[in-house]
Design a protein around this ligand. Structure first.
Ligand code: MG
Ligand code: MG
Length: 270
């Protein structure tokens, strides 16, 4: 069943997502060679709790951490661990909060070093594909229009692998609600979008094959060919004419901070 949100509920979802954007921005400043993803996870948990919210992922279907942190060939659902990050690592952070009973869910991919143009391009294209999907999240369109926009851009125009095994989703009081929002599909297909629908759009794009497998921890998803993967996610409310993105990387935007090592986050809303 699809649960359409009132304007008041959308504002509560926005609050949760804004806290999430602050959390991810806080982590962004810490990412550098030598720190561990477990350290980032603890930082996220402390930040979320100190703002009166709860981590949405911890305990969800048994997931043991606040963040999914997926490095290099890990696509999503990576476990934070004690391995020190190093130059050249690609780090996808996906996390969620519950505040006032409403869930925020967002992901961002960082690249330490920025030296490899092919990796830079994968991140740029994946992030752009998120916004191409968001452009289609308007009243009167269908889910398939979002899916098609992402697939067309990443797979057809750039030759990347679009992960099929996982999708975006509706979001609200629950982390995962109906409908599914695949990153592949046909224009004009699927559920017709109405005001009040809130969805998390989250392209998971691989540099090589679209095929993935589940690791020994039974959570982490890896690319079959061991190549890099990228993941960006925003929660958006469907509106007439233009989707309402419930999350912006406010802190970084407001302070106009330059973090050369993470060039990709400087202008996250473009
Ligand atoms: Mg999600
Ligand atoms: Mg997520």
């Amino acid at each position: 069943m699809i649960y359409y949100k009132t304007d008041e509920e959308i504002e509560l979802l926005r609050k949760s997502n804004l806290l999430l954007s602050e959390t991810i921005s806080t982590l962004a400043k810490e990412i550098k060679p030598g720190i561990t993803t477990l350290y980032l996870d603890k930082l996220a948990e402390d930040y979320i709790k100190s703002h009166g919210a709860k981590p949405a992922f911890k305990g969800y279907k048994g997931f043991p951490f606040t963040c999914c942190i997926s490095v290099n060939d890990a696509v999503v659902h990576g476990f934070p661990n004690k391995v020190e990050l190093k130059e050249g690592d690609v780090i996808s952070i996906d996390t969620g909060v519950i505040m006032n009973g409403y869930v925020g869910d967002s992901a961002y991919t960082f690249y330490i070093n920025q030296g490899d143009e092919a990796i830079q391009k994968l991140l740029k294209v994946t992030k752009e594909s998120l916004y191409k999907g968001i452009e289609k999240a308007i009243v009167g369109n269908r889910i398939g229009d979002i899916s098609w926009a992402i697939q067309e851009f990443t797979e057809k125009q750039h030759g990347y692998g679009v992960v099929r095994a996982l999708t975006g989703h509706g979001i609200g009081k629950n982390l995962h609600e109906e409908p599914d929002v695949p990153n592949f599909g046909r224009r004009g297909n699927g559920l017709k979008l109405q005001k009040g629908l809130v969805i998390a759009i989250e392209p998971m794009i691989n540099m090589g094959t679209k095929e993935v497998y589940v690791g020994d921890d039974e959570w982490t998803i890896y690319t079959d060919d061991g190549k890099i993967s990228a993941h960006y996610e925003h929660s958006v409310a469907v509106q007439k004419g233009k989707a309402d993105i419930l999350l912006i990387f406010q802190k970084l935007k407001k302070r106009k901070e330059k973090i050369p090592i993470f060039g990709v986050i400087i202008n996250p809303n473009v």
